[in-house]
Design a protein around this ligand. Structure first.
Ligand code: ZN
Length: 144
């Protein structure tokens, strides 16, 4: 749209193509704005990522490392440790760590006995389950 002629009250007719140009310009502005917004979001995410990488890279240094290995390593090996699948060297290291680290000791104990309440009644019960256990035990001994 063009400015109204100051000498008349009537609006002038837009020259052909001007409205399209205006629409294109507006679209371009909108595209640029949304691009900038996306860029800001990406930049923000990148900053968060960078900061978290810095924090995570620094964490192992700050972690207590009893027995020569950090807690993160103990917890990484915890599955194998509980299952008894690790080399004696690493088992020794982890046991050394557990002696000094109550947090990991607690976690490993919880993994070894996932449900303590289930174990206790079994030990106390003397009825049919016990006799069945005795039978299966004799079978195991016989096959050996
Ligand atoms: Zn620990």
């Amino acid at each position: 749209m063009t400015q109204p002629d100051p000498n008349s009250e009537k609006w002038n007719q837009c020259p052909p193509g001007q409205l399209n140009q205006l629409a294109d310009r507006l679209q371009a502005t909108r595209r640029t704005r949304s691009m900038l917004r996306q860029l800001r979001v990406v930049a923000g995410a990148a900053t968060v990522l960078l900061v978290s990488i810095l924090i995570f890279n620094r964490l192992p240094e700050q972690q207590p490392s009893f027995g020569g290995i950090p807690c993160s390593e103990v917890l990484r090996q915890a599955d194998g440790f509980v299952a008894g699948e690790l080399d004696s060297a690493i088992v020794q290291t982890i046991e050394n760590h557990l002696e000094h680290c109550a947090a990991c000791r607690k976690k490993i104990a919880a993994m070894q006995n996932p449900n303590m309440s289930r174990i206790v009644p079994q030990r106390k019960s003397a009825g049919t389950t016990a006799s069945r256990n005795d039978k299966s035990e004799t079978v195991v001994i016989a096959t050996r």
